[in-house]
Design a protein around this ligand. Structure first.
Ligand SMILES: Nc1ncnc2c1ncn2[C@@H]1O[C@H](COP(=O)(O)OP(=O)(O)OP(=O)(O)O)[C@@H](O)[C@H]1O
Ligand SMILES: [Mg+2]
Length: 435
């Protein structure tokens, strides 16, 4: 077992950390070759992706004493603290200085990057150049740092840590499930897919939140229903009520347009269209109509094998799937589709104006486009939306049974997952459609 075993996944980053750790533990091999070993490492990434976990693993692996510093006192005192930390590291050579959340050391912007805090860090780095002191820093963003701080010779290596994807995310979900009492059916793959794009900390938190729901209900074990509720709560800040606290919406009442019926068919429309175009792409669908509230969402997952252009085009049709479903079901325009329309227009603009799927003559940069070009672009975008809307209705008509059953499941359960949808897909079958 080594110091990096606590980091689940991220094999290439771990390998890089092991190599840096080796330069700290076995400098003699590198000295013999006449190479300069790295003096510093910057770990950069959004909150909760494991930067501090990785920094601590590297410190443990190095076997050196570490002196850490994060902004916890006001300006002048903090500058003194930075100097003190470097002094302590000097007195305990070989050692590590760890500057946690270094981008919070000072309020900088692109015009004033050289604040006293960063100037101090830089001069401390230069003072310990020839010493056996390794400087590690973690940041959420590199943009607010003075460029001179990040140049080679100071922070030699910058490692960008991204949210976990694929098997890394599955491994992290499995790791956090392992420590909890859960039903055997809980599948880390499903959790990872639903939470795709979210940080390690969010994956950890969602599994814990599911446990809190189970505890509050005095359940012996965590069930998938608890996990789904926790995912919905984390992703969309939904209310935490259990299903049995919900108003019962039977589909028979959905035959005439009421607010709950509209919401259910709207979300089922998004989901059905996405599943027909990209099977397996819907991970969570939610429709809450409790207490007079109308709150719904559909969450998608982009498989890495789906061609990007196909995915982008399918997203326009999918954005219009909610309105198309209400139109199909009740013959009415859906007043709840304003946001979807904005999204569809933005997506279509991107395809037509930026990527030029209908030819280069519609390309524009938005700054010095002529009025004529702008008018032609708007006409092409509107035509694309019309076509996609028709396509969405066609998909729903061809897959009426699947769409109806999705709506029924949503009306009954309020929250349905990738597993429920897959079962419905297999039961009803899908009539595919070319784009
Ligand atoms: N690869 C991983 N495997 C297992 N757990 C992880 C992993 N990455 C992060 N975690 C867990 O996620 C939580 C947040 O990690 P950490 O504090 O290292 O994130 P961070 O990137 O430093 O965030 P911040 O920018 O907010 O400081 C911790 O509980 C940590 O154990
Ligand atoms: Mg951190």
């Amino acid at each position: 077992m080594d110091a990096f075993d606590k980091i689940i996944g991220y094999s290439s980053i771990k390998e890089e950390l092991r190599q840096i750790g080796d330069t700290l533990k076995h400098r003699e091999f590198y000295d013999k070759l006449g190479v300069r070993t790295p003096r510093g490492l910057l770990l950069c990434g959004e909150p909760g992706v494991g930067k501090s976990l990785m920094a601590n693993a590297l410190i443990r692996d190095s076997g050196r004493r570490a002196f850490c510093c994060r902004k916890d006192v006001p300006g002048g005192d903090f500058v003194k603290k930075i100097k003190k930390v470097f002094d302590a590291a000097l007195q305990n050579e070989p050692s590590v200085v760890c500057l946690e959340d270094m981008d919070k050391f000072s309020d900088t912007d692109e015009f004033h990057p050289d604040t006293e805090e960063y100037v101090t860090v830089q001069s401390c780095l230069d003072q310990v150049r020839e010493k056996q002191i390794f400087v590690l820093a973690t940041v959420n963003s590199i943009r607010s740092l003075p460029p001179s701080l990040c140049r080679a010779g100071r922070f030699d290596r910058v490692i960008v840590v991204k949210p976990p994807r694929g098997q890394d995310a599955v491994g992290i979900a499995a790791h956090y499930l392992q420590a909890k009492s859960h039903m055997d059916r809980l599948d880390p793959q499903v959790i990872a897919k639903i939470m795709d794009g979210k940080s390690c900390a969010e994956l950890e938190a969602v599994i814990n939140q599911a446990g809190l729901y189970a505890g509050y209900e005095r359940a012996d074990r965590i069930s998938m229903e608890h996990v789904l509720r926790a995912c919905a709560q984390t992703l969309f800040n939904t209310t935490a009520q259990a299903r049995d606290g919900q108003e019962d919406i039977s589909l028979s009442r959905c035959q005439t347009i009421t607010a709950p019926a509209q919401l259910i068919y709207h979300e089922a429309g998004h989901a059905a269209v996405s599943e027909v175009l990209c099977p397996g792409s819907v991970t969570l669908v939610y429709a809450n109509t409790a207490g007079g509230e109308q709150d719904g969402f559909t969450r998608y997952y982009q498989d890495k094998d789906t061609p990007p252009l196909y995915w982008q085009k399918s997203r326009i049709i999918c954005s219009l799937g909610g309105a198309a479903a209400v139109d199909q079901k009740f013959g009415l325009f859906d007043p709840g589709c304003r946001q979807d329309l904005n999204q569809a227009f933005a997506q279509a603009r991107n395809l037509i104006v930026d990527i030029c799927i209908h030819g280069f003559s519609l390309h524009g940069n938005g700054f010095n486009d002529s009025q004529q070009l702008a008018a032609r672009q708007e006409t092409a975008i509107a035509a694309e939306i019309e076509m996609c809307y028709k396509k969405a209705k066609e998909i729903l008509a061809l897959n009426r049974d699947f769409f109806q059953q999705l709506a029924a499941a949503l009306a009954e359960q309020r929250l349905i997952s990738v597993t429920d949808i897959q079962a419905l897909r297999e039961k009803c079958g899908i009539v595919p459609i070319a784009l």
